[in-house]
Design a protein around this ligand. Sequence first.
Ligand SMILES: Nc1ncnc2c1ncn2[C@@H]1O[C@H](COP(=O)(O)OP(=O)(O)O)[C@@H](O)[C@H]1O
Ligand SMILES: [Mg+2]
Length: 253
Amino acid sequence: MSERLSTGIHGLDKMTGGGFIRGDTALITGPPGTGKTTFGIQFLLEGIAKGENGVLVTVEELPEKIEDDALNFGWDLRKLEAEGRLKIYQLHSEMLQSGGAPIMQCLEVVNSIKAGRVVIDPISLYSMNVHDPNDLRREIYAFVNYMKENRLTLLLTHEVPDIITRISKISDYGLEFIVDCIIMLQYVEIESEIRRSVSVLKMRGSDHDIAIRRYRISGKGIEIESPFQGYEGIMSGTARKTGAEGFMEAFRR
Ligand SMILES: Nc1ncnc2c1ncn2[C@@H]1O[C@H](COP(=O)(O)OP(=O)(O)O)[C@@H](O)[C@H]1O
Ligand SMILES: [Mg+2]
C-alpha cells in the first residue's frame, strides 16, 4: 500500500482517495486568483504540522510578499523559517535567463533542511523563461524523478492565462504526462455569478472523486464544498441547468 499524505485542504483528501501519495507529484492548474499559491502554502503547513519540513520555490514573486499575504490567513511563515522548518527560495529572471538548470539548484535548499514537501509556484512562469521545450521536459522530469526516488512529495502550480478556461491541453511540453495527479481550479459562470470549482482530473494508481465541486477561500484558506448538482457544462466555464432541472423550473414558473 502506498503511504497517503494529507493535502492540508479541508475536503480534498476525500476527493483524492485519501490524500496525495508520498513521492508523487501533483499539478494544480488554474487562472490567476483561484488560490494556487494559497493551496501550496496550506500543503506545506500541513506537512510542517506533521513534522515534515517544507520548501516553497517561488518563481518571480518576492518572498516578503508571500509572507505578508499569508498573514491574512493567520499563517506566520517568518516564524517557521526562523525555526528552520520552512524555506522560501526565489527563482528570479536573471537566474532563469542565465541558463543551466535552476530547478535542479533548488535541491541544495531542499536538502539543507531535509524537506519532505516541496512546492514550485508557478512552474508555468518558469517554463516561459526556458525556451527549448525538450530541455524543459528533461529538467522537470529529472526533478520529479529525484523527488520520487527520495520519497519527497512535490506540488507544482500552473497558471493558465484565460479566466474562463476551455482546456484542451495543459502545456506544450507534456507536463500533464509527467505528473501523477492533476487538480483543476476554475471560475464558472452560473446565473450571472462567478463561482469557484475544483475537480481531480487524474490520480495515478488511485481511485478519486469524479464530481466537480465548489470550493471557497475564507480566512482559514481553501475549503472544498458540495458538488454542483443539476448543472452541466461546468468545465466549459459557463454552466447550464440540466434538462430535468430546467424543465422543473419552467414547470414551477
Ligand atoms: N484572508 C482572506 N480571506 C478570504 N479570501 C482571501 C483572503 N486572502 C486572499 N483571499 C483570496 O485568495 C485569492 C488569491 O489566492 P492566491 O493563492 O494568491 O491565487 P493564485 O496563486 O491562484 O493567483 C484572492 O483572489 C482572494 O479572493
Ligand atoms: Mg499565485
